[in-house]
Design a protein around this ligand. Structure first.
Ligand code: SF4
Length: 326
């Protein structure tokens, strides 16, 4: 498969993404209910092929079941029933987690349910003996195991997907992860790695210019190591670089840089108009989709193949309307 097959607007397949089963409307919660997510089951389901899993059901706790919570040391919390029976359920859950993770298909992202001692991504309370929670909050035990096994896998909570910046960043990472797996890892070569780096130049620059330079240095040939190791290090540093939402001012720098590609072919007045729109975006008067759409309109006609191939212009399907919200 080549890079063109991976244009997010024309992908001929859905991306495999794991999900807490209750978010898909499965009645697996402690009370026999579900936590159906309209966003996951709506727009995202057109692009994601969900692999659902409920750790607590897989561990055999049954549905309905008493509520559970984490207790003890926040650095090694134990799962117990909240009714203070004191029974340590951690081993039972950890074994189910391990069985699942050992055979889990390759995924490009994972959406977990908030506030769950098994699935939560953050802010899960760990109770002390006196009944009060520690100040330190943690991830649920399944999510901890998932992060340990697949440290580069994009993971997000359903609730946090309501935040436009976090949603944009998660979906960007899922598509980038998927593209790397298929266009680089599955047909490993220096050319594939350099092509990926070249396509993602402005995506990375919008997150961090120093990170883009460091990634370029890594691929410059100074590092003498097997291609497998190089690709692994590159992917690690790349996913770290795009791990947080890009700042508005960094997008502005990228957009101004891209306007430079029109210098020879496009009239100075038009370039000034585009830069005005970039300024409107900087001031928060328009969303990111306005300057990127306007700029791409001109680059499509007058830009080089290199700039037209930049993933920055289409990091995820337009249909999701994500750039209308950031
Ligand atoms: S949050 Fe996780 S453990 Fe709880 S019902 Fe949903 S999938 Fe199961």
């Amino acid at each position: 498969m080549n890079a063109n097959n991976f244009h997010p607007d024309f992908l001929d397949h859905k991306i495999p993404v794991g999900i807490s089963a209750c978010l898909l409307g499965e009645n697996v919660r402690f009370n026999g209910g579900h936590s159906r997510s309209t966003y996951c089951l709506g727009p995202l389901s057109e692009h994601f092929d969900y692999q659902k899993f409920c750790p607590e059901v897989a561990a055999g706790f049954g549905t309905p079941r008493p509520t559970m919570r984490l207790e003890g040391d926040p650095n090694a919390p134990r799962l117990t029933f909240s009714n203070k029976s004191g029974e340590d359920l951690s081993d039972q859950l950890n074994q189910a987690n391990k069985r699942y993770l050992d055979q889990m298909p390759a995924l490009d992202g994972y959406i977990v349910m908030k506030n769950s001692p098994s699935c939560g991504l953050e802010r899960i309370k760990v109770y002390q003996k006196n009944g009060h929670p520690h100040m330190q909050r943690v991830a649920g035990l399944f999510t901890q195991a998932l992060q340990e096994r697949f440290p580069l896998l994009p993971i997000e909570e359903d609730g946090r997907l309501n935040d436009p910046a976090l949603r944009e960043n998660f979906i960007l990472r899922v598509f980038a992860h998927h593209e790397f797996r298929h266009t680089v890892q599955n047909q490993l070569s220096m050319k594939a790695l350099l092509d990926y780096h070249s396509r993602y130049k402005y995506v990375v620059m919008a997150h961090s210019q120093p990170a883009y330079k460091a990634l370029g240095k890594l691929l410059s040939g100074q590092e003498k190591c097997p291609i497998e190791d190089l690709a692994e290090r590159y992917f690690h540093d790349f996913m770290q670089a795009i791990g947080r939402p890009a700042k508005r001012r960094n997008h502005c720098n990228v957009l101004m840089h891209l306007v430079g590609y029109l210098k020879r072919q496009v009239d100075v007045e038009i370039r000034k108009d585009i830069l005005d729109v970039v300024e409107q975006y900087r001031r928060g008067e328009v969303n990111l989709t306005t300057p990127t759409t306007l700029l791409y309109h001109y680059l499509k006609h007058y830009g080089s193949d290199y700039v037209k191939a930049q993933r920055y212009f289409a990091p995820y399907p337009k249909k999701l309307g994500i750039r209308n919200t950031v």
